[in-house]
Design a binder for this molecule. Structure first.
Ligand code: PLP
Length: 424
């Protein structure tokens, strides 16, 4: 790294640069572990490409109804194979991860059914889908679907006895969220997800276990669908899109459920057989192919951030040397102004829109004001380096992504420099 350029162009103090070198040294053992996970996932992905005989004509798209789009069909089969699921629905027609998740819930729940979240309050945007917050029409609640929730224990573990107690004859979907979202808790690892699903299935094997997999893909060697999840959803502008997918979401799981989700996304009777892919197939294939690599870079960036900011005296979650179950790194700044400055630092070191100053705003779907930094090639993509925070106590910032570690390191140092400008 040209330390002088970082100092001259970005104003990073030389003691921070020295610290960065030490931190990089300290995280070397973690790096070895991340490389192993990426190798396993690369092998999984490549093998799926090979077994499905992905060919150049699959990379072309379709228009109009998109009938007989073999590229789309092969991409679905590829996701199904990689995630060890019966079927997949990978579509640019999902406008976001929220839309993919919402389609799952509307697809399989019926009036009178109960949805049980066993990982506490769901991600902000889903609270509106359920009808918990805000004056929104067309929510699950409007359709007569009952919502119940079991919180995690104060230690962030599943509350097994409470889960057993909450399940009743109306329960139809049990929902798990792998990543922590804007909550100060650790992400759920695959072993824990497996254990929850085992317990739920012991109580009633008919229950549908749904996992919000956002930010979790390729972080471990297995996915929730490999440990019994019936339906798993996520965003393509996060991990599995590999930084190339321009938009979209995916759902993998049991074949009969995927068809119900497809009916909710398109129309009953049309299901998964329609939908023009335009020019998107190639980047969705290539993005999945690169995803294990990109996730590895993002994880290395998160580990670096964890160690850097803990060395600077901030509480971080997870610790740099703890196992990871998602790509998100929480840094507890404890101060509104520091959150703003941190985001400003990330933004100023971005490849796109570096001149922009991020400010808190009322994002659609969110309850509190949210500040987001991310000078990304794909708008709002958070597999590209990004930092965001709801403007509420405890004033934690969540940083994730980074298509390249070396870039993320520069931006994180800029953020560290910025928050030095304030006392508190
Ligand atoms: C990102 C995310 C979502 C979906 O968010 P979108 O911005 O709609 O893609 C849902 N749950 C969690 C935990 C997430 O991190």
């Amino acid at each position: 790294m040209d330390l002088n350029l970082l100092h001259d162009e970005y104003g990073v103090d030389t003691d921070l640069l020295d610290l960065a070198l030490e931190v990089e040294e300290e995280i070397t053992p973690e790096w070895k572990h991340l490389k192993k996970i990426a190798s396993v996932n690369h092998l999984k992905v490549l093998t799926a490409f090979k077994q499905l005989q992905v060919s150049s004509h699959h990379l072309l798209g379709s228009t109009g109804y998109g009938y007989g789009d073999v590229g789309r069909e092969t991409l679905d089969a590829l996701y199904a194979k990689v995630f060890r699921a019966e079927k997949a629905l990978v579509r640019g027609h999902f406008v976001s991860g929220t839309h993919a998740i919402s389609s799952c819930l509307f697809g399989v729940l019926r009036p009178g059914d109960e949805l049980l979240s066993v990982t506490g309050t769901p991600y902000d945007t889903l609270q509106k889908v359920i009808g918990l917050k805000g004056n929104v029409k067309g929510t699950l609640r409007d359709w007569g679907i009952i919502y119940k929730q079991v919180d995690l224990t104060p230690g962030g573990e599943p509350d097994y006895p409470a889960i057993a107690q909450a399940i009743n004859k109306n329960t139809r979907v049990v929902a798990l969220q792998r990543s922590a979202g804007y909550q100060w808790r650790k992400a759920l690892d695959i072993d824990t997800i497996a254990q929850i699903i085992r317990q739920v299935k012991t109580i009633n094997s008919e229950l549908i276990c749904f996992v919000d997999n956002c930010y979790g893909e390729f972080v471990e060697e297995r996915e929730p669908s490999e440990v019994g999840a019936d339906l798993v959803a996520g965003s393509l502008i996060k991990n599995p899109g590999g930084g190339l997918a321009p938009t979209g979401g995916y759902v993998v799981g049991r074949a009969d459920l995927i068809e119900q989700v497809a009916a909710a996304l398109t129309a009953p009777g049309l299901g998964s057989d329609v939908g023009a892919t335009l020019d998107m197939n190639r980047v969705l294939f290539q993005g999945l192919f690169l995803a294990p690599l990109v996730v590895r870079e993002a994880l290395k960036s998160a580990v670096f951030a964890a160690r850097l900011f803990s060395r600077l005296g901030y509480e971080v979650l997870p610790a740099y040397n703890s196992p990871r179950a998602d790509i998100v790194q929480g840094v507890l700044l404890g101060d509104r102004e520091k959150v703003r400055l941190f985001c400003q630092g990330i933004q100023e070191a971005s490849p796109v829109d570096a001149r922009v100053t991020p400010v808190p705003w009322n994002m659609p779907g969110y309850q509190d004001e949210v500040i987001m930094a991310g000078g990304t090639f794909i708008q709002g993509s958070s597999i590209e380096l990004s930092a965001d925070a709801p403007m509420r106590p405890p004033y934690a910032v969540y940083v994730q992504g980074g298509l390249s570690f070396d870039y993320a390191k520069i931006a994180l140092l800029c953020a560290a420099q910025k928050i030095r400008q304030t006392k508190g």
